[in-house]
Design a protein around this ligand. Structure first.
Ligand SMILES: *[C@@H]1O[C@H](CO)[C@@H](O)[C@H](O)[C@H]1NC(C)=O
Ligand SMILES: *[C@@H]1O[C@H](CO)[C@@H](O)[C@H](O)[C@H]1NC(C)=O
Ligand SMILES: *[C@@H]1O[C@H](CO)[C@@H](O)[C@H](O)[C@H]1NC(C)=O
Ligand SMILES: *[C@@H]1O[C@H](CO)[C@@H](O)[C@H](O)[C@H]1NC(C)=O
Length: 862
């Protein structure tokens, strides 16, 4: 795309102003004749190619007097294009492409104040600055390449322009060209150059850099990659010839004087013979050059492409891909790639620039040109690579490669040869030069990997540099780990979040009133003084190690009611991690390595450690076995008083099996309690007894015994013997059960619910025995006339007495059943009364008993 929106008269040869690269900075061109006209509405267009940025990069300035020096001014700064009209600024964030011919147009409507900027023919920015107070006055000083701080003068270096400009035209209002390139007064190093029009327009053409040093195939592929390109394969005959002409001067050196192969080219036919494709992308090459002989002849053994010289100038050949072959290499770039310099020598206002592009050769090797004023080039005198500022005298850094022909890409240790960033000459600094952007990490060898892969316990860089120096925490100067962090909110104490996860209760001993708890305790807080590096979402990767843990402040918590004198510790098994919660900032350029920096205000530190401790608990057994015990664990923050910092109960969790042998673990809760001047958190644990066992071994057997005893009321009325025997046996069995149970239960001085039940069982069987006796006794009272009845007949049944009587002849007149009837009737009354009474007592008691037990259980559960 090479067509400006506003047509410029087609000129095959155009004139160029070439200003200020690299020194001096005070050249300019000033319009001498004709005088600058009145401007109301206007359009101006020009072609531009920046050689360097300047801090303000003023392309042109127009002053009508000393105090009206910004009547018209245009600045092409880094990431900004600004125009001043009568000191009113049009500000845009339009990028000016670096070292690339670009067409700019600026149009201004005087009546409305509307302006539009076209870049390469496309409208890229527009706006309105309101009506100007009058026109731009004529006959002032119009200067290209400098900013006037007074009429026709007052130039400053940082406001100058460094680059080339052509076809500068002004049109007054609508497209009536008013060409002002008439006669210029020139000062300083301003050159008129002649360019072919298509050279300017061919902005899109690929760039090629030839590295005149010998590299193995692997090193060549690597080199082109770290500078943002790939090993070149010419696309047509013209490119092929140009490459040959450009490099053949070094052909003898490149081939080590052996054979005619001297230049690697970036294609291989290892997949399929004679199908040449690019090394990394496997995309087929679109053009094949002139082959030596009839074409590639190496078969499957020779898969690498080289260019030949000598008797086969510019011809291609295939050779074996041996590591021992070393040739020179051309790299091709789809577009200009920017290299970034990072390290302690790139502080704010450093004499060294941060951004560079590969440019022309200097000292026989490609040089890197900084965006503003510094260069990186091969210094032949010192046999070193040099970073030199063209602005600040003496600001230089040198790197001497182990072997000539090594390039400074990646991280290298440079030696300062002048004062830079307050570092003395002779200081060694690690500087990184790479194409990696701020979201990438530069391996020591210059390769870029995603920044997220740094310090993730996986090796991504060939040289393992991504897993080196992985400290997570960055301490500021003067950090002291004895001083607690300031609160995150002004005026409130530091909040320390408290999490507890109880993992198990290995033992609960009711008799000793103790239990053992295994728990993981986590404390989370923010230390605003710290910053963290390269945090991952997976917090286990943000672990702090030994020294780092000791160097930071950590809270100390006392286990107040545990047995012994126990505090939180950072011994073996403790983890101190950073929890990523906030977003990151990219590292400033004065750090050698790219990193994500997280602030201590947004991200938290967390310690966690496992403890197994014995606690005492006042078991309350009144409701046994329908009891539930509420025991508590107390944690007191003893690092500082509650006015400085507080524990915030956040989450309590029991992650073990809910049902233990004797107890079920109920709900956990936490509360803040006041405990002197320190902040204290209490965790309440509920042990709910599992009463199923007692139901089975105690309640049901005793109930059965009571039923048996009760059943005696349904025995034959006159079989007193069996009735009393069965009832008494039940009583005896119950008594032994009672003794046995009591021995296996905790001894308390007070009654337990189970004791009441046992006592009741005994009482009720006792009542049954008594009632039986009463029944029998009542039968005896109603039979006074019977002489045979003695107190010893108690063991014989009533009916046998009746039979004895009926057999008796002397008692013939007495009807056989007559005397027994009232006796039986009396007995029966008491019997029936007992049959009803005992269940009623049992029912009432049970209602009361189970009612209270169940309500108690329900109360404990909530
Ligand atoms: C241009 O230079 C000539 C002499 O070289 C001088 O007479 C003239 O005043 C200059 N014009 C301007 C506008 O500076
Ligand atoms: C580099 O070489 C130049 C010229 O020979 C010399 O003046 C300068 O001192 C050298 N610099 C260093 C740091 O050796
Ligand atoms: C430069 O980096 C190397 C390797 O990582 C390291 O050993 C050395 O201490 C660093 N030098 C400076 C001055 O930081
Ligand atoms: C609580 O315990 C459950 C397992 O029972 C577990 O999945 C969960 O992550 C724990 N929560 C906390 C905050 O520890």
């Amino acid at each position: 795309m090479c067509r400006p929106a506003l047509k410029v008269a087609v000129v095959m040869m155009v004139r160029i102003i070439f200003a200020q690269d690299p020194q001096p900075a005070f050249s300019y061109a000033r319009l001498a004749a004709p005088p600058f006209p009145v401007l109301a509405s206007f359009t101006t267009c020009y072609w531009l190619r920046l050689t360097r940025f300047r801090e303000e990069s003023t392309l042109m300035s127009y002053a009508v007097s000393d105090d009206r020096d910004n009547e018209l001014r245009m600045d092409h700064r880094v990431g900004e294009y600004k125009v001043s009209l009568k000191s009113i600024w049009v500000e845009t964030s339009l990028e000016t492409p670096f070292r690339m011919w670009t067409h700019f147009c600026f149009t201004f409507q005087h009546r409305s104040g509307d302006w539009v900027i076209f870049v390469n023919g496309e409208s890229r920015s527009e706006g309105n600055i309101g009506r100007l107070s009058g026109n731009i006055d004529p006959e002032g000083a119009y200067v290209i390449g400098q900013e006037q701080d007074q009429f026709g003068g007052g130039f400053q270096r940082d406001q100058s322009f460094s680059g080339e400009i052509t076809q500068l035209n002004f049109w007054s209002s609508v497209l009536s060209p008013l060409t002002i390139s008439k006669r210029w007064n020139i000062s300083g190093e301003v050159a008129w150059k002649v360019w072919q029009k298509e050279d300017i327009c061919s902005r899109q053409r690929r760039r090629v850099t030839f590295f005149p040093d010998r590299f193995s195939l692997k090193a060549s592929l690597h080199l082109c990659k770290v500078v943002g390109g790939r090993v070149m394969v010419p696309l047509d005959n013209q490119e092929n010839m140009r490459l040959y002409e450009r490099s053949q001067g070094r052909a003898i050196y490149c081939s080590k004087g052996q054979g005619s192969s001297y230049l690697w080219m970036g294609a291989t036919d290892s997949q399929q013979e004679r199908l040449w494709e690019y090394w990394e992308t496997s995309e087929p090459v679109s053009w094949e050059g002139p082959w030596r002989g009839s074409g590639p002849n190496g078969g499957t053994a020779e898969n690498c492409l080289v260019m030949l010289s000598g008797t086969f100038p510019s011809q291609w050949s295939d050779i074996a891909c041996l590591d021992s072959y070393e040739f020179c290499v051309p790299c091709e770039f789809p577009q200009l790639s920017t290299l970034y310099l990072k390290g302690p020598a790139v502080c704010p206002n450093s004499p060294f620039n941060q951004e560079y592009v590969l440019g022309n050769e200097e000292g026989g090797r490609p040089a890197l040109h900084g965006f503003f004023h510094s260069d990186i080039y091969w210094d032949t005198a010192n046999k070193s690579w040099a970073i030199r500022s063209r602005k600040v005298e003496g600001a230089t850094a040198l790197w001497q490669p182990l072997r000539e022909g090594n390039y400074p890409f990646g991280t290298k240790t440079w030696k300062l040869a002048g004062e830079v960033c307050n570092m003395l000459p002779g200081t060694l600094v690690n500087l990184t030069l790479s194409i990696c952007r701020s979201d990438q990490f530069t391996c020591s060898d210059g390769t870029c990997i995603p920044l997220g892969n740094r310090c993730d316990l996986r090796i991504d860089c060939g040289d393992q540099s991504d897993e080196a120096q992985c400290s997570v925490v960055q301490l500021p100067k003067g950090y002291r780990n004895t001083i607690p962090p300031p609160p995150t909110k002004e005026g409130s104490p530091l909040q320390i979040l408290f999490y507890i996860n109880i993992i198990a209760f290995p033992s609960i001993v009711t008799q000793d009133l103790t239990y053992v708890s295994t728990m993981s305790l986590s404390l989370r807080w923010k230390d605003v003084r710290l910053s963290y590096l390269n945090l991952k979402d997976d917090r286990t990767l943000n672990l702090l190690f030994g020294e780092a843990v000791e160097s930071i402040w950590t809270p100390r918590v006392f286990f107040s009611n545990a047995q012994g004198n126990i505090f939180t510790n950072l011994d073996q098994g403790a983890r101190v991690e950073v929890v990523r919660q906030g977003s990151s900032q990219p590292a400033p350029p004065h750090l050698t390595h790219e990193m994500n920096i997280f602030s201590g205000l947004e991200n938290s530190l967390e310690t966690s450690q496992l403890y197994t401790l014995t606690y005492t608990c006042d078991f309350n057994l009144i409701m046994f076995p329908f009891d539930a015990q509420v025991c508590f664990l107390r944690f007191t923050l003893v690092s500082a008083a509650a006015t400085y910092m507080q524990l915030v109960p956040t989450a309590a969790n029991y992650s073990g099996p809910p049902a233990l042998i004797e107890y079920t673990i109920g709900r956990l809760d936490m509360e803040r309690v006041s405990d002197g001047e320190f902040s204290t958190v209490q965790v309440n644990v509920r042990f709910i007894r599992r009463y199923g066992f007692y139901l089975l071994t105690l309640y049901i057997p005793t109930t059965l015994l009571m039923v048996i005893a009760y059943a005696t009321f349904f025995f034959k009325i006159d079989d007193f013997n069996s009735r009393i025997v069965v009832a008494l046996t039940a009583l005896l069995v119950l008594a032994s059960l009672f003794t046995q149970t009591s021995n296996s239960l905790p001894k308390t001085s007070y009654f337990k619910l189970v004791d009441i039940w046992l006592f009741f069982s005994i009482v009720i069987i006792f009542v049954v025995v008594m009632l039986q006796t009463l029944i029998d006794f009542a039968g005896g009272m109603q039979f006074p006339r019977c002489p045979f009845i003695s107190s010893s007949s108690i063991l014989s049944s009533s009916s046998s007495i009746v039979q004895v009587i009926s057999k008796d002849a002397e008692a013939q007149e007495i009807p056989t059943f007559a005397p027994t009837t009232p006796e039986k009737k009396n007995n029966m009354t008491i019997m029936i009364f007992s049959r009803i009474l005992v269940p009623i007592i049992f029912l009432i008691f049970n209602l009361a008993y189970w009612g209270s037990a169940l309500t108690h259980l329900a109360k404990l559960d909530t």
